[in-house]
Ligand binder design. Sequence first.
Ligand code: NAD
Length: 390
Amino acid sequence: MSETDQNKTHIFYSPNKIVIGLNTASLVADEVQRLGGGKVLIVTDPGVVQADLMAPVEKSLQDAGVAYTIYDGVEPEPPARVIDSGAEVFQSEGCELVLGIGGGSSLDVSKGISILAANGGKVLDYVGIDQVPKKGAAMILMPTTAGTGSEVTRVLVLTDEAQNTKNVVFTPFALADVAIVDPLLTLSMPPTVTADTGMDALVHAVETYVSMNATVFSDILAERAIELIARYLPVTRAKGSNTQARYYMSLAATLAGCAFGSGGLGAVHALAYPLGTEYHMTHGRTNAIMLPHVVNFNISGSPEKYARIAALMGQDAEGLPVFEAAQLAVVAIQELLEAISVSYRIRDYGISEEDLPKLVDGAMKQSRLFVPNPKDLNEDDVRSIYQMAY
Ligand code: NAD
């Protein structure tokens, strides 16, 4: 917060209802009925089915006599066609409500299906900001990763295969009617998924906190999320069955989602996207790789906030000049990445240095994300950040 807050308009978006707690998955049938009932389309992916995460949800629906069918065709970093196919299933099965259970990929596909159910067409028709005319089918979202925060955001991310890029549909109609965050659904995440998705949540919180679009709401939420992730991500990476640590990571990811859903993102995402589309690396991992390098570049744009991030992440920044304290944010992020065994050097992923120009081109396609970034950057800056990250 700062004394310039009065010159800003502060807007906060969130789902109608957020339910967070252990065993809350068993409450899903109550929420379906509160939303008017009807046949439910459960949207998920094969990994979630294999991890047996559907059991409490199916039991709750069966006990309450709620009819449902399952669409488990979600693919990671979901291509648009996966959403279009799910919408066909929704229609042919006579469904009335979408229930997404899974990581960000399953939740984003759920949002697309909900939108298409009421608006028709194909999901690529709605790419951009506020291109969706009306609210979609009722929607409940249940994350099984502690990362994307998609359960509380008004955006869905899809892969446009023809353009070989990621695209977004940004609309308040992508907000869930109910988000149910049951940390027990995250216990089965393998260590690398835990690490990658947890870093995604940290990137949301950090990018929003320093964003030119940060608000009083996003600041409060981001600070708490940063503190919790620095404290508990190494624990969940080390011991997946630690329920307390899983609880705080789920909470942190949802808080970070609420923060960035209102405050926006920045250059980390812009530079991470091409690594994902070119090399099929996970969204969380690509964000993790780019975070320390972009923070290092950005520091002069928001030194006070980076100094605060360093302190929130446990660095002893007290009494230091603000630029020195801010530099400790880079140290804190590097130490966290080392603690969870995630390399932040592009060369460690089998990528040739000759490919860097391709990454620069990809990042420049995402230059809309440079606008809220705390420091201006041009193509030369992007090139040198990738070079440093290499
Ligand atoms: P994901 O949904 O792609 O899942 C990754 C893998 O983990 C899958 O194989 C899945 O089956 C498995 N998995 C998920 N939960 C599990 C569990 N509890 N136990 C065992 N396996 C489990 O990964 P993600 O990182 O959650 O989502 C990434 C997608 O979310 C990307 O497409 C990204 O662009 C998008 N995203 C969306 C938003 C938003 O606000 N809409 C924000 C950030 C990212």
